[in-house]
Structures are given as C-alpha cells and as structure tokens.
Write a protein that binds this ligand. Structure first.
Ligand SMILES: CC(C)(COP(=O)(O)OP(=O)(O)OC[C@H]1O[C@@H](n2cnc3c(N)ncnc32)[C@H](O)[C@@H]1OP(=O)(O)O)[C@@H](O)C(=O)NCCC(=O)NCCS
Length: 173
C-alpha cells in the first residue's frame, strides 16, 4: 500500500469508469477522466496534509501496478469511515479484505481510533461481503438512505471496534 503517483492518472481513470461504479457510486462522474483523476489526487494531497483524509493505492507487490484504492475519511471523535474500489481486473482476489485488515490495525493500534464504519448500498453484495470478510459487523440499515443511479436503496452501515487478527503467516508462533 502506497500513495498514488501523478503519472497514474490514466490508470485511475480506467479503474473508475465502469458499470458497477456508475450504479453504486453515482456521484462519481462517468467517464472518470484523467483530468478528474489529477484533480482527485490534488484534493487527496490537501486532505492528507490537513489530517482529514488518508488514502492508499493498493499496488501489485511485484510490478507496483496500481490495483485499487482504500480511503479513510470522516475522521471525528475517534470514528473514521472507509471506502474502497478495485480496478475490474484486480477483483476477486481478496485484495480489499487484506487492505481493510491492514488499515484497521493501523487505525486502532497507531492512530488510536475507536470505531471504523463502512457505509454502502444494501444491494452492493461485493462491498458488503468484503466488509464482513474483514471482520466488520452490520450495525444497522436505514431504508431509502442510499442514492443509486436507479433510485433509492437501503443504506447498510458496518462497524469495527477492535483490530482484526493478522493473517496466520504474519503472526508470531
Ligand atoms: C467492492 C469491491 C472492491 C469488492 O471487490 P473484490 O474484493 O474483488 O470482491 P470479490 O470479487 O472477491 O467478492 C467478494 C465477495 O462478494 C461476492 N460478490 C462479488 N460480486 C458480487 C455480486 N455482484 N453479487 C453478489 N455477490 C458478489 C463474492 O462472491 C465474494 O463473496 P464470498 O466472500 O462469499 O466469496 C469491488 O466490487 C468494487 O470495486 N466495486 C465497485 C466500487 C464499490 O462499490 N465500492 C464499495 C464502496 S464502499
């Protein structure tokens, strides 16, 4: 996990331009252009400097190719919210689950946060399953509170209040 680089704007643009993003995250412009990506990176740098948002690029360990994104935002009173996406080619490998576990450990152990939230559309099965696989529990659902491209959906809110155990290969034995 690392910061995105400015020269990855085209990669971010292709990752963000797809049917799932258009449907589940309709506030993101479609197509998401390289110029949109450069603006997004400048905004992230400003927010990181202000301590209001932390953002990570998930990169391939061997090739360093940018595969996806994890962002920690709405940081207030010990609570933070996580959002994430993967390039369509990088989905189905459990990458977000691993990244969620790593950032959760940093949030509770080093940042000294107390509660992490993931808020998603109730029908976004992939987002909900990744939250559950990372150890988050369903806190509540709120009818009609999530705006999809096709109309309102229930908002599903997941919570984590303690770090998840590291994978077996990272544990001391
Ligand atoms: C959410 C996202 C990052 C998950 O990607 P991923 O880690 O590759 O997820 P996977 O493909 O491994 O799927 C995770 C789980 O969801 C299930 N799933 C995936 N797509 C699904 C679908 N369309 N319908 C039902 N279940 C689905 C998988 O079967 C898997 O379940 P399992 O744990 O029981 O095996 C990815 O779908 C994405 O980038 N979506 C667009 C952006 C988005 O919606 N972000 C969420 C905002 S919080």
């Amino acid at each position: 996990m690392r910061l995105w680089r400015e020269d990855e704007a085209d990669r971010i643009a292709t990752a963000r331009t797809n049917q799932a993003t258009a449907h589940f995250l309709p506030f993101i412009p479609q197509p998401f252009t390289a110029e949109d990506a450069r603006f997004w990176l400048r905004d992230l740098a400003d927010q990181r400097a202000a301590g209001t948002r932390y953002n990570w690029c998930l990169a391939d360990r061997q090739t360093d190719l940018g595969l996806g994104n994890l962002t920690l935002f709405r940081l207030e009173h010990g609570t933070g919210e996580l959002g994430y996406w993967l390039h369509p080619e990088a989905q189905g490998q459990g990458l977000i689950t691993e990244a969620l576990a790593r950032v959760s450990r940093w949030f509770f152990d080093e940042y000294a946060g107390q509660q992490l939230l993931i808020k998603t559309a109730s029908t976004n099965r992939a987002a909900r399953r990744t939250a559950e696989r990372a150890g988050f529990s369903l806190l509540r659902t709120e009818p009609d509170k999530y705006k999809l491209a096709t109309g309102p959906d229930a908002l599903a809110i997941y919570e984590l209040t303690a770090p998840v155990a590291p994978p077996a290969e990272e544990q001391d034995v």
